[in-house]
Design a protein around this ligand. Structure first.
Ligand SMILES: [Zn+2]
Length: 293
C-alpha cells in the first residue's frame, strides 16, 4: 500500500475556535494569526493505492470553492482555487479513478466534495465508508449539533445512500474497512462518530520510511500544534473523549513509532513523535509528504 497525502483546499479558521480553552497568548506563539484572528489551514486528504490495484481517498476536503456563496467563502477564508483535481491530475488521476472513500467524519471541510450542488456525485465510482454513528449524526437532524452538518452535506449523503457503507462500531477491524490493511477505528471525541484511519505498513510518497502503522487522526489531532492534551478545537462535541483518545493514541504513536498524519496542518502532512516530560509529546521527525504539485 502506498499513501500520498494531498491538500484538497486551503482555508482559514478562527484561531480561538481551533484551540478551545488555550489562551491566544499561548497558541499564537506557535501558530501566528492574521489580523482577523484566523489561522491558515489545509484540508488534507490521503490518496491510498492498495496492493489490489484499487485507489482510495481518506476524506475529500471542502469541494469546489465556487460551490460556496461569497459570504461563506469569506467567512472560511476559502481560497478560490480547488487544489484536489489539480493534485490528482499531477498523478495522472481523475475523480473516476477513485474506488472508495473513507471519511473521518462528515464536517463540511472533510465531506464537502462528495457531490456538486446539483447532487451529482463527484467521484462517480466510489463507495463511501464512515462510521454508522457518524452517519446517524448526519441524518439525525439533532438541533443540539447546531451547524455541524450543513444542508449541502446532508443532501450529499441522502443522494448517495445506495453507495454508503456504514462501519459498525463493534466490527472496527479490517472486515468492515474498504480495503485490506485499512482500518476504520472508532475514535469518538471531535464528533461522536469520529473515526481515525489506520494503515498497515504503508510506503509513503516523498519518504523512504515504511512505518509499521500510519494513523490519520482526523480532527482529534488536526495539526502539529494539537499534540498537547488540552490543545483541542472548540468544535469538539465530546472534549474529554478527545483528550482520552490523545492520551492513549499519541502515547501509542510515540511508543510504537507510528506515523501520525494531520488533517489540517498548514505545513506538515504528519510526524513521528516522542514523549516529553514537559510538553507531553513533541515531534521527533516531520513528514512533509511527496513532491506533488
Ligand atoms: Zn471537523
Amino acid at each position: 500500500m502506498r499513501l500520498t497525502p494531498l491538500t484538497a483546499n486551503t482555508f482559514r479558521s478562527d484561531g480561538g475556535a481551533m484551540f478551545g480553552l488555550v489562551p491566544k497568548a499561548l497558541w499564537e506563539k506557535r501558530c501566528p494569526a492574521h489580523g482577523d484572528n484566523t489561522i491558515d489551514q489545509r484540508a488534507n486528504v490521503i490518496l491510498v493505492e492498495t496492493d489490489d490495484g484499487k485507489m482510495g481517498l481518506v476524506d475529500t476536503g471542502c469541494g469546489d470553492p465556487e460551490w460556496y456563496g461569497e459570504r461563506e467563502r469569506e467567512l472560511h477564508g476559502l481560497e478560490s482555487e480547488w487544489l484536489l483535481p489539480q493534485s490528482l491530475a499531477a498523478l495522472g488521476l481523475d475523480f473516476a479513478d477513485i474506488d472508495w472513500i473513507v471519511l473521518t467524519h462528515a464536517h463540511w471541510d472533510h465531506a464537502g466534495a462528495l457531490t456538486d450542488p446539483d447532487g451529482t456525485p463527484v467521484f462517480p465510482n466510489a463507495a463511501v465508508y464512515l462510521r454508522e454513528t457518524e452517519l446517524d449524526s448526519v441524518l439525525g437532524g439533532d438541533p443540539l449539533l447546531y451547524k455541524s452538518y450543513p444542508p449541502k452535506v446532508v443532501q450529499s449523503f441522502q443522494g448517495l445512500s445506495e453507495r454508503i457503507f456504514p462501519a459498525a462500531d463493534n466490527t472496527p477491524g479490517k472486515a468492515s474497512g474498504p480495503a485490506p490493511g485499512v482500518t476504520i477505528l472508532p475514535a469518538s471525541g471531535h464528533t461522536e462518530g469520529q473515526a481515525c484511519i489506520l494503515f498497515d505498513a504503508p510506503r509513503l510518497a516523498g519518504s523512504d520510511a515504511i512505518p509499521q502503522l500510519a494513523l490519520f487522526a482526523g480532527d482529534n489531532c488536526p495539526t502539529q500544534h494539537h499534540l498537547r492534551m488540552v490543545f483541542q478545537t472548540a468544535y469538539d462535541t465530546f472534549p474529554l473523549k478527545t483528550r482520552a483518545w490523545k492520551r492513549s493514541w499519541l502515547a501509542k504513536c510515540a511508543e510504537e513509532d507510528i506515523l501520525l498524519l494531520f488533517s489540517h496542518d498548514p505545513e506538515l502532512f504528519g510526524a513521528w513523535l516522542h514523549a516529553d516530560p514537559k510538553h507531553e509529546f513533541v515531534i521527533s521527525k516531520p513528514y512533509a509528504g511527496g513532491p506533488v504539485a
